[in-house]
Design a protein around this ligand. Sequence first.
Ligand code: FES
Length: 289
Amino acid sequence: MLANELVGREVYLLRLRAAPIAAAARPGQFVMLRVAPGPEPLLARPFSVHGVDGEDLFVLYQVRGRGTALLSQAAPGDELVIWGPLGRGFELQARRPALVAGGLGIAPLGFVARKLEDKGIPFQLLSGGATREAIEGLEKRLEALLRGRLGRGPVDKLRSLVAAKTKASGSLSSSTIPFSGTCTSTTIDGSYGEKGMVTLSLQNSFSLPAAYRPDAVLACGPLPMLKAVAGMCAEKKVPCQVSLEAPMACGVGACLGCVLPAAAGGYVRVCQEGPVMDAAALDWERIEA
Ligand code: FES
């Protein structure tokens, strides 16, 4: 392990030297990770890949229990047990995707944003959390990952930029989008960005002129948020992929500890058929959010 930096409220950014995993990882995939050596905690835990840089891998995590508390105490030079990359990642075929992040949901979406930027695909990042403390540090970290190339401002600002650009060019085409990515923030208490839930930003985004409206939504966050986002996308007929979190003991499809109800009946294993899934493949009515 190369670094373990505090970047938000009980949120850390790990930098690990893991060349084979960094080379193979795709946005949305995860790794299993535990502190080594020692018997505690016995089980490894899944963590989304937040990004890669050459032979290095980034993992963004929040202290939530004994395992992550131990991880937060790890120092540069310590050895960790890691395997992966595992699971299915995001499909990145959209031309104007919106990335919807609830709190630490920004972890896998950071990797997505970097890939989109590399491909020259414009995107909107809609980031939401409870308070300024919960998301400001995460967004700053993401801006660094994107080498500072993340525009700021609410969707209203994007709308006025679009209007100005359209007036100047005389036409409305997605090629006139003047930036690679924009970030709109919302907080429940209004202490940072707009006051409200991240779904408010998505609603605003769906009301943009057609050439700027998202043609796909990629979301990660708490289940109630994902359920709301999936419902909005179904109504607008916009394809939606969700990155799911579930308790995982094995990470390889054997223990069935990570199942969620499938739209086709039965269940899907988040570690095998996910963690990224088409939102329409899940039976949201049977998911308690
Ligand atoms: Fe064991 Fe998914 S974590 S089946």
